[in-house]
Write a protein that binds this ligand. Structure first.
Ligand code: SF4
Length: 388
């Protein structure tokens, strides 16, 4: 099995177009796995996914939540399938949404078969907890015949007892051994449309497990810090764990797990990707922290700008700065910037002041410029500023 999954597929071109430094991990070529119309791995961008909080049996509520997730940029959605009624709802849910649907199943192999019949694009299972090898084989065969993908999820909290005993706890090495065991089983059944996840609530453990897994195989990795908690702490843990791995070229899809509206998970997932320069979607907002030089209520101004630009789809770099001392200089990198002053402020485009306006006119003028801004102006503006 090692021969099958350990391949020297390094590709130095993988970093082409990325702002990230080349690293050995990033040069490794990753298999492509199709999930409905979406492909994970290969040269495809890192995708953002989430999971619904609704009762899957309630089709209307689940579809409504998925539509909100789609609007936020969710590209793959997972629903829990705890019972037969939930499995029966999958077909109607699938027909009403526009992104790949993943059924999350534990313990009940018949639910997995029913989900596959319902036309889901992927099932998230753990082959070890489907009630025995024969049942896991039946599910694997059905998934293969349906041409769908499978995510094998290993969580440090539910690692097999014998592995925990062997390693003296839920270690990264034990998580990798568990995942390799599942891979061996699926490959022996002729199944390779696999995405792997190795999750832990402990960030260093999750990082080490995914790093070791990437060394051991070339299947796409789904990244996430599990049970990360409420946004106040969960966003930090997720950004550290997922961000560190992505920065090192590891990870082909992600889910930020938060104890919050899942739309927030999607927003944070995109912010992680945007912060690393891996993908763009809508504006990226930067703002100074404010200080004693500031003559405007910068917290209020920034909040207003953030709200005003929330619906913009164009990938703009927008800055909000608090004073003229550092403001224009700091905003030079932005496509558009607002620099606050005493009862008035400046609007900048590609580092050049284009208007000085009363405070109340700043945001409407910024929105107007956002509307007009062509991404092609960015390079021309930067060249002009550099030459000035
Ligand atoms: S831009 Fe001005 S107000 Fe903002 S932190 Fe810098 S010096 Fe302070």
């Amino acid at each position: 099995m090692q021969d099958k999954i350990l391949q020297d597929t390094r590709d130095p071109e993988r970093v082409a177009g990325s702002c990230l430094p080349a690293s050995p991990a990033r040069r490794k070529r990753i298999r492509e796995v199709r999930i409905g119309p979406l492909v994970i791995g290969g040269e495809h961008p890192v995708s953002v996914q989430s999971m619904t909080l609704t009762d899957t049996r309630d089709v209307a509520a689940t579809v409504e939540q998925i539509h909100r997730l789609e609007d936020a940029g969710c590209e793959i959605v997972r629903v829990a399938v705890p019972d037969d009624e939930a499995a029966s709802a999958l077909s109607a849910i699938k027909k009403a949404i526009h992104i790949p649907l993943v059924a999350d199943i534990h313990f009940h192999y018949k639910l997995a078969l029913k989900a596959i019949d319902a036309g889901v694009d992927k099932i998230r299972i753990n082959p070890g907890n489907l009630g025995g090898e024969e049942r896991a084989k039946v599910v694997t065969r059905a998934a293969r015949e349906a041409g769908i993908a499978m995510r094998v999820g290993v969580n440090s909290g539910s690692l097999e007892k014998e592995i925990v005993d062997k390693y003296g706890g839920p270690t990264p090495q034990g998580m990798v051994e568990s995942a390799l065991g599942h891979l061996r089983f699926l490959e022996d059944e002729g199944f390779s449309n696999i995405v792997l996840s190795l999750k832990a609530s402990n960030v260093p453990r999750m990082i080490e497990a995914c790093t070791l897994m990437r060394e051991a195989c070339d299947y796409p990795l789904h990244l996430g810090v599990t049970e990360a908690g409420p946004p106040s702490t969960g966003i930090i843990k997720s950004a550290m764990g997922i961000g560190y791995l992505l920065m090192n070229g590891i990870g082909e899809t992600l889910r930020v797990s938060l104890t919050a509206d899942p739309v927030e998970e999607v927003r944070v997932g995109w912010e992680i990707l945007k912060s690393l320069g891996l993908r763009s979607r809508g504006p990226m907002l930067v703002a100074c922290p404010s200080c004693g030089r500031c003559e405007v209520d910068l917290l209020e101004l920034t909040a207003k700008v953030e709200k005003a630009i929330a619906g913009i789809k164009k990938p703009l770099h927008i800055a909000v700065m608090g004073c003229v001392v550092n403001g224009p200089g700091e905003a030079r990198e932005a496509d558009l910037a607002v620099v606050g002053g005493k009862e008035k402020g400046m609007l900048l485009k590609c580092g050049k002041i284009i208007a000085t306006l009363p405070e109340e006119e700043l945001i409407p003028a910024l929105l107007e410029e956002c509307e007009k801004f062509e991404v092609s102006e960015r390079a021309a503006g930067k060249a002009m500023v550099a030459g000035a």
